[in-house]
Ligand binder design. Structure first.
Ligand code: SAH
Ligand code: SF4
Ligand code: F3S
Length: 467
């Protein structure tokens, strides 16, 4: 019954709201900026929801804000440097407006070294708290205002699942829906398990309730989130017991006009049952993001990924056999410690063999506290950058012809936003590719039928059928 204790529900904090209201003549405004993955973006939406619930208004630029909150990402050094740069740039704003509060939260704030640095070198930062602080934000703000002192929390890990957190979503037609939090995989390069805590799944009934609410309020695309959705269900017992495929079957059979995506699928836990479910359920997009990270068994082992290339390829082949037209995307790390030229070439061979529609590529970034940070890493950054260039070129040579070959087909797309050229729209296909076509902005958020006419690099071009 450990899980029971960890599940809580958000409570509106009237005392904090009153304390905050008493500090301002007019309702204060908050600006929240999220970095990093979709989980973090979803957390940012919750931070806005909680702020609205506490009497704040939300603004879209930092200039007019009384509270600026940076919801940060720690996955690579570059992400952290950007945040420190952006926080540093606020010093001036704070001098101009002494009543401005500046907060740093999210994954970076789960690291003691970051909190220490903010404490020592960024005295104008008022508020620091980690990923488990969203529901406690009103209390922290009230304390900061009441005591007139900085409120800096040292990293703590509650590993809680908090339900019913108010949310202000960024979009009215695409929604993020977390089904689990944390990660237990400890890939040796990755900081996420250290900053996001232990893996815990939401109860199917809670996921279903949020899902139905989204569909009923007109959401057309719902993306289920977890660092490893394939291990959903670990720790759920009794009536809650079930795996990710069971959850998908439950959601996909709800009435409504919607489609479902999910990320991320860890190859070690992607089961044939999952693939059979994707094949059987029309509401599930026929696209699988299946991060491989490397094409070298030696690297995969050193990364602690728990699969080898042959097992990965078997999975891809099974999916191709079962799901007509299925497409794949992947994450690749270039220059993991000890990666040789030969290892890297195995990655090139693998991406040629699979034929991914999209790749998300990263040069290895050393993260303090992870196992890989201890490994010797003799390859220079210049060599790694050159490998990255080759990887990108190889991928373009694979993907562009695959994308161009789609010309002539008719597809259903979800109109997402105005396109780059005037009078055009961008729509997303089932396979996650984007098509640009002439269309009115009023059609954003609707499903449309588009005939693909050609492509420019990775961008498809088309026109609405019937036009
Ligand atoms: N849980 C997901 C993704 C987590 S982070 C998964 O397992 O696939 C997203 C991507 O960032 C990872 O897939 C990996 O390719 C990359 N990444 C994580 N840590 C990194 C590091 N230290 N250096 C470079 N890339 C990293
Ligand atoms: Fe990081 Fe691996 Fe967990 Fe993904 S599965 S978040 S890469 S530790
Ligand atoms: Fe970054 Fe945290 Fe996501 S480290 S990738 S924001 S889980």
């Amino acid at each position: 019954m450990e899980l029971e204790k960890k599940n809580t529900s958000y409570q509106h904090n009237e005392t904090a709201a009153a304390t905050i209201a008493a500090h301002y003549d007019t309702p204060p405004l908050a600006y929240v900026r999220s970095y990093g993955c979709q989980q973090n973006v979803n957390d940012g939406e919750k931070l806005r929801g909680v702020l609205l619930d506490t009497g704040f208004g939300i603004c879209d630029t930092p200039d007019e804000a009384d509270l600026i909150l940076f919801n940060t990402c720690a996955v690579r050094e570059h992400a952290e440097q950007r945040v420190f740069g952006n926080v540093g740039a606020l010093k001036k704003l704070k001098e101009q407006n002494p009543r401005l509060m500046i907060g740093v939260c999210g994954c970076m704030a789960q690291q003691q070294s970051v909190v220490d640095k903010l404490r020592a070198s960024y005295p104008y930062v008022d508020l620091v708290f980690g990923v488990d602080g969203i529901d406690r934000l009103p209390a922290m703000l009230a304390e900061r205002l009441q005591k007139g002192k900085r409120y800096l929390e040292n990293p703590r890990q509650r590993d809680a699942v908090v339900e019913q957190v108010p949310i202000r979503r960024d979009s009215g037609f695409r929604a993020w829906l977390p089904i689990m939090y944390g990660c237990d995989n400890f890939c040796t390069y990755c900081i996420v398990p250290y900053v996001r805590g232990r893996e815990r799944s939401r109860r199917p009934a809670d996921v279903l309730a949020e899902f139905r609410q989204l569909v009923e309020s007109g959401y057309k695309e719902i993306t289920l989130l977890g660092q490893n959705v394939n291990s959903y269900g670990k720790g759920l017992t009794g009536a809650d017991a079930g795996d990710f495929a069971d959850l998908l079957n439950l959601l996909c059979t709800q009435p409504g006009d919607y489609q479902i995506r999910f990320m991320t699928s860890h190859p070690k836990d992607a089961s044939h049952k999952l693939i059979d479910t994707i094949a059987a359920q029309p509401k599930l997009c026929k696209h699988i993001h299946l991060p491989v990270q490397s094409g070298s068994d030696d690297m995969l082992q050193k990364m602690n990924r728990h699969y080898n290339v042959a097992q990965y390829l078997e999975l891809v082949e099974y999916a191709r056999a079962k799901i007509p037209g299925v497409t794949f995307s992947s994450d690749i790390i270039v220059g993991f410690p000890g990666e040789s030229e030969e290892d890297f070439e195995k990655t090139l061979a693998l991406i040629k063999q699979v034929g991914y529609m999209q790749l998300f590529t990263f040069i290895y970034s050393k993260r303090g506290g992870t196992k890989a940070a201890e490994l010797p890493d003799p390859t220079t950054h210049a060599e790694k950058a050159a490998r990255m260039e080759r990887l990108l070129r190889t991928q373009d040579d694979i993907a562009f012809p695959m994308i161009a070959a789609l010309a002539g087909s008719r597809v259903r797309v979800l109109a997402e936003a105005a396109g780059r050229a005037a009078g055009t729209l961008n729509g997303r296909l089932d396979n996650n590719l984007v098509v640009e076509f002439p269309g009115e902005e009023s059609l954003v958020g609707q499903y449309l039928e588009v005939e693909l006419t050609g492509s420019r690099a990775a961008l498809l071009l088309g026109r609405q059928t019937g036009e």
